[in-house]
Design a protein around this ligand. Structure first.
Ligand SMILES: Cc1ncc(COP(=O)(O)O)c(C=O)c1O
Length: 394
């Protein structure tokens, strides 16, 4: 019998996030406080569930068009138009399987093998994985603590080469919680227009801003250059429904829609009915979720007060980076040791990029008391390690 041929090298060498390793270890241990999980703890609001179930009972069990149900696309277009104070036509909207589906579709709509894409450091690990699968080269731009975890326009400009096809940004940011100010966003949009690049703007946390405002990349009129990725997961506590949307440049909406066919065919029809329920229902639920995360953000800030562990006060999303450099270990070692010694699970910063190894990420997506106890455990662990390091040095 002939030797089996080699399976995909590209798939086999896809960069994988260390978060899975921490989660697997945490699952084997008792009484762990989970600060590593990046999803809202609330259940999807009942009216959304009811609408989806009612629709399924009435027959919404068939394929939807590649671009999504017309009714849902119209609702998303209406929401985007009112937020952006400009008309967004429904034929620019593609309904996707989660915001990840929007990221995948926008990147695959513009990338060819060999293209370069500027992605953030720190940034969500899936950006690098998508570039890898598209055969494109991710080039990291820095978002250091010294700039409040924001990019620098001059640096972005200096990284552009003839091979650059797109810039990917994320605001409010995972894992930083940073929110891009208006002038920076405008500058980035002008930069992509000047160089004829595409901008993929991941705005999945758009509803979770506590200080300042969310500024969308779509606000500056560069429709031909800009994709907006967003969805239902974080705003409506709908992570498991796998439902997102993409606002496309007019000329690329059909391509983005056609990319659904060989990947998922379409977002799940029952989930799309749930999405309609979310957009038609009382938006107070979104404000309530935001208020909950705001309160928890303040609890985290309070629990770390008087230390140098919190580099910035996160203005949005539901994450904070915690500076663990004083422990004198890599972020992965810190995450493992904090789990084993202090029963608190966090994500090593190295997961988010090479410049982030001095931090771990915590998510404030659990109830208040457990959250405060988890941060207390992490603080205590760091204080002990720092003292041990100083004693060892003396
Ligand atoms: C920055 C960022 N973008 C996109 C997503 C994906 O969202 P969805 O669950 O809708 O695919 C996440 C999920 O954690 C995220 O953190």
């Amino acid at each position: 019998m002939a030797n089996l041929r080699e399976p995909s090298r590209r798939a086999g060498s896809m960069p994988r996030s260390a978060i899975r390793e921490i989660m697997s270890l945490a699952a084997t241990m008792p009484d762990v406080i989970h600060l590593e999980v990046g999803e809202p703890d609330a259940a999807t609001p009942v009216p959304i569930i009811e609408r989806a179930f009612g629709a399924v009972r009435a027959g919404a069990t068939k394929y939807a068009p590649n671009a999504g149900l017309k009714t849902l696309r119209e609702l998303v277009a209406k929401r985007c138009s009112s937020r952006l104070k400009q008309g967004i036509a429904a034929d620019r909207i593609v309904i996707t399987t989660g915001a990840i589906g929007g990221l995948f579709s926008s990147m695959f709509a513009v990338l060819d093998a060999g293209d370069e894409v500027l992605i953030p450091d720190p940034g969500w690990p899936n950006y690098e994985a998508i570039c890898h699968l598209a055969g494109a080269t991710p080039i990291r731009y820095a978002m250091p603590e010294s700039r409040g975890f924001l990019p620098d326009l001059a640096e972005l400009r200096s990284l552009i080469t003839p091979k650059t096809k797109a810039i990917l940004i994320n605001t409010p940011g995972n894992p930083t919680g940073a929110v891009f100010p208006r002038a920076l966003m405008q500058g980035i949009v002008e930069l992509v227009r000047e160089h004829g690049l595409y901008l993929v703007s991941d705005e999945i946390y758009e509803d979770i801003v506590f200080d300042g405002e969310h500024v969308s990349a779509a606000e500056f009129g560069a429709d031909d250059n800009v994709f907006i990725v967003s969805g239902f997961s974080k705003s409506y506590a709908m992570t498991g429904w796998r439902l997102g949307w993409l606002v496309c440049p007019p000329a690329l909406a059909a391509v983005a829609a056609s990319l659904q066919e060989p990947t998922t065919s379409c977002a799940s029809t029952p989930s799309q009915m749930a999405g309609e329920g979310a957009l038609l229902g009382d938006q107070q639920i979104v404000a309530d979720f935001r208020a909950t995360f705001h309160r928890r953000r303040d609890l985290v800030v309070g629990a770390l007060a008087g230390t140098s562990y919190l580099p910035i006060i996160p203005a949005g999303a539901f994450y904070a980076l915690v500076d663990v450099s004083a422990a004198g270990m890599t972020s992965f070692e810190v995450a493992k040791a904090a789990l084993v010694d202090a029963s608190v699970a966090v994500v090593p910063g190295s997961t988010f990029g090479p410049g982030t190894d001095r931090y771990v990420r915590i998510a404030y997506t659990i109830e208040d008391q457990r959250l405060v106890e988890g941060v207390r455990r992490l603080r205590h662990f760091l204080e002990n390690r720092t003292t041990m390091k100083k004693v060892a040095r003396a």
